[in-house]
Design a protein around this ligand. Structure first.
Ligand code: ADP
Length: 270
């Protein structure tokens, strides 16, 4: 998995996000079942990605079309080299498609300028990586609050929001700790708190349990499940069927194409 292709800088973006009050309200937990195309957080039509290689153009994604509705929890699966990272990079607006259309939260990504795109990405998407990507010289509170530095939010509010998120991920009392003093599972919790600080509608997680033992992986997946039940849309890349089982929908890639797309958990009728 190419978690290194992401960077904290890319995650933080170059432009200030919208104030929190103006972020779209969260959909209900069950809205994915009844979602129409207009509720889609992600709409992808005929997406292609070609890489230039010494042997010529290599098609890493071929005619991918996919809609992901508000409140869904989707696992992206497939063997190594099937295009999962390429797809996630495009979803995260960290790379551009060679052809096709990507509409993120109602905005056609291709039509946005650099600053508009950074703004949309920052207020819509939280990123979680396999390697946690915490800044080693900053406390956990500072790590979580970091994306807010560029938002014109006061220091007091930044700290309050970061503290509330540390509590939410089960790390009350750890605000002043340093990343190298906590376990991998705790580091991933901090990274999830940081991903949530801008109140995104969508979490993109690239092998988030890839560096964790099985018990800790279960705990992290339970945390994702809880966030999803609050209405946050989650798209998660994983190689592991056990991890994919936490998702409600599994999309499989093979040789750059979507080869299966299945709803795996149907919520009980209300
Ligand atoms: P996965 O995440 O499923 O392992 P990737 O999206 O990383 O797959 O890669 C899909 C295909 O595209 C692979 O054959 C890979 O070698 C190729 N590829 C990925 N990135 C590049 C790149 N920057 N340049 C050339 N080929 C690439």
């Amino acid at each position: 998995m190419a978690a290194e292709q992401y960077s904290v800088q890319a995650e933080l973006g170059e432009a200030s996000p919208k104030p929190a009050e103006s972020i779209a309200p969260r959909p209900s937990a069950s809205s994915w079942r009844t979602a129409t195309i207009s509720d889609a957080v992600i709409r992808i039509e005929g997406l292609h990605k070609l890489y230039e290689t010494s042997a010529g153009l290599f098609p890493a994604l071929k005619d991918v079309s996919l809609n992901i509705a508000a409140g869904e929890f989707v696992a992206i699966m497939g063997p190594s080299g099937s295009g999962k990272s390429t797809f996630m990079n495009l979803l995260g607006c960290l790379d551009k498609p060679s052809a096709g259309r990507y509409v993120l939260d109602g905005r056609d990504v291709e039509k946005l300028g650099k600053d508009e795109l950074a703004l949309l990405r920052n207020r819509t998407i939280g990123f979680v990586f396999q390697g946690f990507n915490l800044l080693p010289r900053m406390s956990l509170l500072e790590n979580v609050a970091l994306p807010l530095i560029y938002c014109g939010i006061t220091s007091d509010e930044r700290q309050q929001r970061a503290q509330a998120l540390l509590s939410k991920v089960g790390l009350d009392g750890y605000a002043a700790s340093m990343p190298n003093k906590i376990s991998g599972g705790q580091q991933q919790r901090v990274a999830i708190a940081r991903a949530l600080i801008n109140r995104p509608r969508l979490l993109l997680a690239d092998e988030p349990t890839g560096n964790l033992d099985s018990q800790t992986s279960k705990e992290i997946m339970a945390l994702f499940e809880g966030l999803n039940s609050e209405g946050i849309t989650i798209v998660l890349v994983t190689h592991e069927p056990d991890i994919a089982q936490y998702a409600k929908r599994q999309v499989r890639f093979f040789d750059g194409r979507v080869v299966s797309d299945q709803i795996t958990h149907q919520e009980a009728a209300v």
